[in-house]
Design a protein around this ligand. Structure first.
Ligand code: PLP
Length: 389
């Protein structure tokens, strides 16, 4: 049996042709593919504006900047996420804090958030921005988080890196009903890919303008942005803010657009594989991913939790047995504040107890559209063997 990764891109001939077309066209970057990809994602999600960038990390960075995050501010997020969700606040000179997870969804707990906000409102500094993450593709309780944002006056960035194609309350993730900005990732392990890439979606025209400006050096060529200059001088662009080169190329955008056309097919395949796991794993001493009845997951990840009292093996033993069987399982994620870089900022083990307990039990098993029935059966057989007492 060949190596089975936990996640993997799916590239077909149409994807390849789309990229080759760009290579043979006039513009490798800043051509028509980027706005076409933006338009396709915005339309699918029901968002007014979409800004394609070089990665979800850069999207998170400029999303924080567009919302005014600066030194002295605080940004809160979940500890069970990729480090980029927290790092974006540090890039802006702000501090980061973490809200423990809901033990059932593994998403940021709205109850813990409410408690922490109430305590902080008395004693300290309220967050400027909260970044919920739709972990594994399962939507967060956005209505609950949004209600708290109204009460305490913070902004919301949805890190939907795992969740494109998913739905919350019957409506697509990214529609911005309960947040200011939504961010997607198109890294190859995610649901659709552009090689590297990300996108920020918003319904706010002012935020969209700001995001576009920050994506490309803070340079504008719109006459209405230009500062007045003497009539004899030629000014066809002006830098009016400090931005970055976070642009997406047309090569990447063409792949992203082609993949976007396959999004629904990918989601169906991911759901079918997940349902099959649900059945095949039901009798094992494993907690399978609970699904909120009012949501449709993007199913970026299929995370199992080992019921360690009944497995007779440690998490590490199970992990290593599966890896030895050629199944490249992974752990999503080490709580961000347990990373050495964050520990050195003063975070200690035990800070978020539910996240830490999750961390000692979780393993992500393979889930991607081209995973075959035979491969899936092999994963299940190997897992059964690995957890045998
Ligand atoms: C992958 C990921 C990111 C970063 O995405 P890039 O496109 O690789 O920068 C951010 N947040 C989460 C939750 C992710 O999974």
């Amino acid at each position: 049996m060949s190596i089975i990764p936990y996640g993997c891109q799916n590239i077909n001939q149409a994807d390849i042709d789309a990229v080759v077309d760009v290579l043979q066209a006039e513009c490798l970057t800043q051509g028509p593919a980027v706005p076409a990809f933006e338009e396709a994602v915005a339309r699918h999600c029901g968002a007014r504006h979409a800004i394609a960038v070089s990665s979800a990390t850069s999207a998170l960075h400029i999303a924080c900047l567009a919302l005014g995050v600066e030194p002295g501010d605080s940004v809160w997020t979940t500890p069970i996420t990729f480090v980029a969700t927290a790092n974006c606040a540090l890039y802006c000179g702000a501090t980061v804090d973490f809200v423990d997870i809901n033990p059932r969804t593994y998403n940021l707990s709205v109850d813990r958030l409410a408690e922490k906000l109430a305590a902080t409102a008395k004693a300290g500094q309220l967050p400027k921005v909260v970044i919920p993450v739709h972990f594994s593709g399962q939507p967060c309780d956005m209505a609950g988080i949004h209600a708290l944002s109204q009460q305490y006056g913070f902004k919301i960035i949805e890190d939907a890196s795992h969740a494109i194609g998913g739905k919350y309350q019957g409506a697509p993730i990214g529609n911005g009903r309960y947040s200011d900005i939504t961010v997607f990732s198109f890294h190859p392990v995610k649901i659709i890919t552009s090689g590297e890439g990300g996108m920020a979606l918003t319904n706010d025209a002012g935020l969209a303008t700001r995001l576009r400006l920050l994506r490309s050096h803070g340079i504008s060529s719109s006459p209405e942005d230009m500062h007045p200059r003497p009539a004899q001088e030629i000014w066809n662009y002006q830098q009016i803010a400090l931005g970055f080169n976070y642009r997406m190329t047309d090569i990447h955008a063409a792949l992203g657009l082609s993949q976007m056309r396959r999004l629904d097919e990918f989601l169906t395949q991911r759901h079918n594989i997940a349902q099959r796991y649900d059945q095949l794993l039901a009798a094992l001493p494993i907690t399978i991913p609970w699904q909120h009845p009012d949501s449709y997951s993007g199913y970026h990840l299929y995370v199992i939790r080992l019921q360690l009292a009944s497995t007779g093996k440690t998490q590490r033993q199970v992990y290593e047995l599966l890896r030895a069987a050629g199944i490249l399982v992974n752990l999503h994620y080490i709580p961000v504040y347990r990373q050495p870089y964050y520990e050195q900022m003063g975070f200690a083990a035990g800070y978020c107890p539910e996240a830490e307990q999750y961390y000692t039990q979780a393993i992500s098993i393979p889930l991607y559209p081209s995973l075959t029935i035979e491969q899936q059966d092999y994963v299940v057989r190997s897992l059964k063997k690995a957890i045998e007492v």
